[in-house]
Design a protein around this ligand. Structure first.
Ligand code: SAH
Length: 227
């Protein structure tokens, strides 16, 4: 069983629109959708924004619905200036950029008995690379930094770039990757750029959320078809 997570309705609606026989379940106060894409049974949900919501959704998909693979689809702010609006990037590793217990001598982003960087699944990443190659789609890869903050400020953007060598920033990926690491579930995290995490980010996000979310959703469904 494949699980697909997005943060916002706009990120999951383009996926739900392509599933057949959709059944809805309510767990806690959030909805989970079971359906079929081609021959593949999938569960999809939008977690709502932020690390806590994303961790709840990932855990429910794994523990309640028996999902064995998680694909994340959504939008992100570009940290690496070679990424432009609508570009796709998948995470090789993710880190929580807002974790700071450096007062005890730990590195930024590090949590004892948990770690700092969470790796995504090399096999899922290879499937993504092969789809991009076949279709001539430009697919970036790199470090994605996650935190409970919408980054819309050049100085904060530079700080995240310097501290974590991050290529993109968002608010859920590392939380899902942390849950997946804990349960031994392979994870793939794809984001399409909606903004450049700079002073125009709020405006650009609103303008490009829908189109970028769809670019990511379409690619993730191509992955589902290949698994
Ligand atoms: N406009 C929304 C809030 C969006 S928060 C509202 O008012 O409800 C931004 C969402 O997109 C998060 O889910 C995050 O994962 C992603 N994202 C896109 N650009 C981002 C950025 N510059 N910084 C952090 N998260 C970003």
């Amino acid at each position: 069983m494949i699980g697909i997570i997005g943060a916002m309705r706009e990120e999951i609606d383009p996926i739900l629109g392509k599933l057949s026989g959709v059944k809805t379940y309510l767990v806690g106060d959030n909805k989970y959708y079971e359906g079929v894409y081609g021959e593949k049974a999938v569960f999809a949900a939008y977690s709502r924004i932020g690390k806590v919501n994303a961790a709840i959704t990932a855990t429910i998909l794994i523990e309640r619905f028996g999902v064995k693979t998680i694909l994340f689809s959504g939008v992100a702010g570009a940290i690496n200036n070679s990424l432009h609006i609508g570009d796709l990037i998948y995470a090789t590793r993710l880190v929580q950029h807002d974790v700071d217990i450096t007062a005890f001598g730990h590195p930024l982003g590090f949590i004892p008995e948990t770690g700092d960087f969470f790796a995504t699944d090399p096999n899922l990443n290879k499937v993504a690379e092969s789809i991009a190659f076949e279709r001539g789609i430009k697919l970036g890869k790199g470090i994605i930094a996650t935190g409970d903050q919408f980054i819309a400020d050049g100085a904060k953007k530079t700080q995240i770039a310097e501290r974590y060598k991050a290529d993109a920033v968002e608010m859920e990926g590392a939380a899902v990757a942390c849950v997946c690491a804990s349960f031994g579930v392979p994870i793939f995290v794809l984001r399409s750029i909606s903004d450049a995490a700079d002073m125009d980010a709020g405006f650009n996000f609103d303008a490009f959320l829908e189109s970028s979310a769809r670019i990511s959703a379409d690619f993730v469904l191509d992955i589902v078809a290949k698994l």
